[in-house]
Design a protein. Structure first.
Length: 347
C-alpha cells in the first residue's frame, strides 16, 4: 500500500472506531457511517460518545465517497446487515479494490430469522461466510478477514493485542499488516480464510455459554471445562462446513475464543452473564448498544448441528436455555457431567 493512500472503514460501531484509530497513524482514514451525528462529532470534535478519535480520521455518510477514494476497505458491519451494505457498495467497487472484513457471524439466505423461527426449507448452502457474500455481490477478487482477540474496548484503551489477517492473497495480508500494525497491535497472517471466518463466528456461541457460567458464579474450573468442550464443538462443526481443524488452533481461533469467552468487555459473554443473573433475553438485546452477534449465530449453528447430525451438546443446550426457556443451572450441571468417550478426540 502507498503510504499516502486513504483507507476506508465501513461501519461506525465501537470496533469500527477502534480500527480507524489503529490505522490513522499509518494512513488517512475515511470512516463511513449512516449516522450523521457520528460524522459531525468526528469531523468537528474528533470524538464520539466519549471516545477520542485520531485527527487523521474523517467521517462521511456517503458510501460512494469512501469507495471512490479508498482502494483498501474494511467493512465492520453486523452480519444481519452485511449483505445489504455490500450490495450498496457493489456499484462503486472494482477488481482494484481490496476488502478485509471484520464481521464475525454468518449470512443467511433466503431470509432472516424472526421470533418463533423455523428452518423449514433452509439448506446448508444458504449459510454464507462474509467473504462468500463479498464474492457473490461484487467483482472484488482480493478479499480477507480480520480475526483474533479484538475486544474493541481494549483496543481503544491502547492495550496490547494481536490479530490475524486471513486471505488467500499475500498482497491482502501485506496491505492489512502495513496499515494496522502499531506499537501495541501486532498483525499475523494466515492463508486459511475459511477457518478464520468460521471460528470467528462460532466462538461467540461458546462465549454466551461461558457467560451463563459466570453469571451463576460456578468458578474457573467449570469455565475452563466448558471452553475446551465448546472448542471441540466449534472444530467439529467447522470441519463439516469445509474447514481444516488446524486453523482453529491459532490466534484467530482459540486465542479469540479465550478472550471472548472470559471477558466482561465481550458483548456475548456479558449477555450470557446478565441472563444468568435473571434478565430477560429480549430486555438484554433491547438495551445493548451494539449487536450481540452470538444470539443470531446460535440460531444458525443450531440449525447446522441438526442438519449435519453432529454431536454438539453445548450448542444444543444453550439454544434450549435462550430460546426454549430451559432452566439454566440444572442445564449447566447436566453439561458438565455429560460423558465423552475421550478428552481430546478432534485432532
Amino acid at each position: 500500500m502507498e503510504s499516502d493512500t486513504s483507507v476506508g472503514v465501513i461501519g461506525g460501531g465501537k470496533f469500527g472506531l477502534a480500527l480507524a484509530n489503529l490505522i490513522a497513524p499509518n494512513a488517512d482514514v475515511i470512516l463511513y457511517s449512516r449516522r450523521s451525528e457520528l460524522s459531525e462529532s468526528l469531523n468537528e470534535r474528533h470524538e464520539y460518545r466519549g471516545v477520542k478519535i485520531h485527527p487523521n480520521v474523517r467521517a462521511t455518510t456517503k458510501i460512494q465517497e469512501v469507495c471512490d477514494q479508498c482502494k483498501l476497505l474494511l467493512p465492520v458491519i453486523s452480519s444481519i446487515h452485511f449483505r445489504k451494505v455490500i450490495q450498496e457498495m457493489s456499484v462503486f467497487l472494482t477488481p482494484e479494490h481490496m476488502l478485509i472484513h471484520g464481521t464475525k457471524g454468518f449470512d443467511l439466505l433466503p431470509g432472516e430469522l424472526e421470533p418463533g423461527y423455523q428452518f423449514v426449507g433452509f439448506r446448508r448452502r444458504d449459510v454464507k461466510t462474509m467473504s462468500e457474500v463479498i464474492h457473490e455481490e461484487t467483482n472484488v477478487i482480493r478479499v480477507g478477514a480480520l480475526c483474533g482477540p479484538n475486544l474493541a474496548s481494549e483496543i481503544l484503551e491502547g492495550l496490547p493485542t494481536a490479530t490475524v489477517i486471513a486471505s488467500e492473497f499475500d498482497e491482502v495480508i501485506k496491505a492489512g499488516r502495513e496499515v494496522l500494525s502499531g506499537k501495541s497491535f501486532f498483525v499475523f497472517g494466515s492463508y486459511d480464510l475459511r477457518a478464520a471466518e468460521l471460528t470467528g463466528a462460532l466462538k461467540n456461541v461458546i462465549a454466551l455459554a461461558s457467560g451463563l457460567l459466570g453469571g451463576k458464579h460456578l468458578g474457573k474450573n467449570s469455565e475452563a471445562m466448558l471452553i475446551v468442550r465448546g472448542f471441540r464443538e466449534m472444530v467439529l462443526l467447522g470441519e463439516l462446513m469445509g474447514s481444516s481443524s488446524r486453523g482453529f488452533f491459532g490466534t484467530a481461533g482459540i486465542g479469540d475464543l479465550i478472550a471472548t469467552a472470559t471477558s466482561n468487555k465481550s458483548r456475548n459473554y456479558s449477555c450470557g452473564k446478565r441472563m444468568a443473573q435473571g434478565e430477560n433475553i429480549q430486555d438484554i438485546l433491547a438495551s445493548a448498544e451494539e449487536v450481540i452477534e452470538g444470539i443470531r449465530t446460535l440460531k444458525i449453528a443450531y440449525f447446522l448441528v441438526n442438519k449435519f447430525r453432529v454431536h454438539a451438546p453445548i450448542i444444543s443446550t444453550i439454544h434450549k436455555i435462550i430460546f426454549e426457556g430451559k432452566e439454566i443451572e440444572s442445564s449447566i450441571f447436566d453439561l458438565m457431567k455429560y460423558p465423552l468417550a475421550a478428552d481430546v478426540d478432534f485432532v
